[in-house]
Write a protein that binds this ligand. Structure first.
Ligand SMILES: Cc1ncc(COP(=O)(O)O)c(C=O)c1O
Length: 385
C-alpha cells in the first residue's frame, strides 16, 4: 500500500482533468490567436476555463490572466505592480515573513533594484496580526502581499482586514491563494484584494498552469512581453490543454468545496489525533482553528525530520518536511522560525497534506506505522548521544 500525503507539494490529476487534457491535446491544437476554425476552437476552450476560474474565485472572466503557474503569477503580481507604480514614487513593498519563495525571492530581487522591503512577523500560531501591517505601512508603500493559506502549516491569514488597511494607505493588495484555491472558499470580492494568484496542480489540475486574477482597472505592467495575448497582459501562445485541464479542475473543486473540505478535514483530524495519542513527544504547529482542512504540521521531539521522512518513504508513505535540505545540511523552515519555535522544533517537523484520493485506511496505516519508526529513530539518537 502506497500512501501519498503530500498534496500541498502537488496533487494527482482528477480523472476528468486527465480526460480534458488528453482530449484538448489531441483535438484542440489550434493557436488561440488564429482567426480560423482551429484557432477559434482553442479560444473557446480557453474561454470555458476562464469562466470556470472566475466562478471559483467570484471574479469576472475578463479579470483572469493565465500564467505558467503559481510562481509566475506571484512574480507577475509583484513585478507587474512594482513596474506600474514606480512612476508614482512609491518604493516600498510589504509581505509576511512566511510567504512562499515565489514571493520572498521576488522581493529580494526588487530590493537589489532599490525597492525598500519589509517582512512582517507572525505570532507563535503563524497568524499575521493586522496591527503589524498598520505599524509598517507608509504613504510610500506600493504593494502588500500576504498569502491566503500557508503551504507548510496551512494557516489562513486575515486577508480582508489586511486589504482594507493597504487600501486606506493607497497601496495595492496581492494574495497568494495557491494553497487555498480549490480547498476553501476563495472570493476575491469578499477578500477585497486587487491581485490573487492560484495554481492548477494544487487542486488536481495539471502542472504549468496558473492564474493571476487582476481586479478590473488595476494598473499593471506585463512581465512577459511579446504578442497581444491575454489582452496584452501576458504574451506567449497559450498552453491550451493545460488551461482546459485547469478549467475542469476549477469546476470540479467549486462543485464540491464544502463536502470535500469536510471529508478531508475529518481525515486530517483523525490523522492528527492518532499521531498525538500514539506517538509521545509530538505537537501540532500552527493555529488549529484557522487553517485549511487538508494540512497538519507535526513536530516529533528528538527526531530529525529528514530521517523520519526517509523511514516513512521506505514504508511507502510520502510526506514532506518544511525544511529545505541544502548542501547536506537541514535548513530550518523559515515559517516555523518566524513563528518563534525553538531551533530543534524547526528541524523536526513533518507536513502531512491530504486530498482527493486520501482514505481512512491510509490515515490508519500512517498512525499504525509511525510509533515504531519514531521509537527506532529515537533509539538511534540515544545510542549516538
Ligand atoms: C503558497 C505557494 N505559492 C506559490 C507556489 C508556486 O506555485 P507553482 O508550483 O505553480 O509555481 C506554491 C507551490 O508550492 C505554493 O505553495
Amino acid at each position: 500500500m502506497r500512501v501519498y500525503f503530500d498534496y500541498n507539494a502537488t496533487t494527482p490529476l482528477a480523472p476528468e482533468v486527465t480526460e480534458a487534457v488528453v482530449r484538448a491535446t489531441r483535438e484542440t491544437f489550434g493557436n488561440a490567436s488564429s482567426v480560423h476554425h482551429f484557432g477559434q476552437q482553442a479560444k473557446a476552450a480557453m474561454d470555458d476555463a476562464r469562466t470556470a476560474v472566475a466562478t471559483l474565485v467570484n471574479g469576472d472572466p475578463s479579470e483572469v490572466v493565465f500564467t505558467s503557474g503559481g510562481t509566475e503569477a506571484d512574480n507577475f503580481a509583484i513585478r507587474g505592480a512594482a513596474d506600474a507604480l514606480e512612476p508614482t514614487g512609491r518604493r516600498h513593498l510589504i509581505a509576511s515573513a512566511i510567504e512562499h519563495e515565489a514571493v520572498l525571492n521576488t522581493y529580494r530581487s526588487l530590493a537589489r533594484r532599490g525597492w525598500r522591503t519589509t517582512l512582517l512577523p507572525v505570532d507563535h500560531t503563524g497568524i499575521l496580526s493586522p496591527d503589524r501591517l498598520r505599524e509598517a505601512i507608509t504613504a510610500d508603500t506600493a504593494l502588500v502581499s500576504v498569502m491566503h493559506a500557508n503551504n507548510e502549516i496551512g494557516t489562513i491569514q486575515p486577508v480582508a482586514e489586511l486589504a482594507a488597511i493597504a487600501h486606506a494607505h493607497g497601496a495595492l493588495m496581492h494574495t497568494d491563494a495557491v494553497q487555498s484555491a480549490g480547498k476553501i472558499p476563495v472570493d476575491v470580492r469578499a477578500l477585497g484584494v486587487d491581485l490573487l494568484a492560484l495554481s492548477a496542480h494544487k487542486f488536481n489540475g495539471p502542472k504549468g498552469a496558473g492564474v493571476l486574477w487582476i481586479k478590473r482597472g488595476t494598473r499593471m505592467q506585463p512581465i512577459v512581453t511579446g504578442g497581444k495575448h491575454e489582452r496584452n497582459r501576458r504574451a506567449g501562445t497559450e498552453n491550451v490543454p493545460a488551461i482546459a485541464g485547469l478549467g475542469v479542475a476549477a469546476k470540479l473543486a467549486a462543485g464540491k468545496l464544502a463536502a470535500e473540505g469536510a471529508r478531508v478535514g475529518a481525515l486530517r483530524d483523525r490523522l492528527e489525533a492518532g499521531i498525538l495519542s500514539n506517538v509521545p513527544g509530538t505537537a501540532v504547529n500552527g493555529n488549529a482553528d484557522r487553517r485549511v482542512p487538508n494540512t497538519t504540521n507535526v513536530s516529533f521531539d528528538r527526531v530529525e525530520a529528514e530521517s523520519l521522512l526517509i523511514a516513512l518513504d521506505l514504508e511507502g508513505i510520502a510526506v514532506s518536511t518544511g525544511s529545505a535540505c541544502s548542501s547536506g545540511t537541514l535548513e530550518p523552515s523559515h515559517v516555523l522560525k518566524a513563528m518563534g519555535l525553538a531551533a530543534h522544533r524547526t528541524q523536526n517537523s513533518l507536513r502531512f497534506s491530504l486530498g482527493m484520493f486520501s482514505t481512512a485506511e491510509e490515515v490508519d496505516r500512517v498512525v499504525d506505522v509511525l510509533p515504531r519508526l519514531v521509537d527506532k529513530l529515537r533509539g538511534l539518537t540515544r545510542k549516538a548521544g
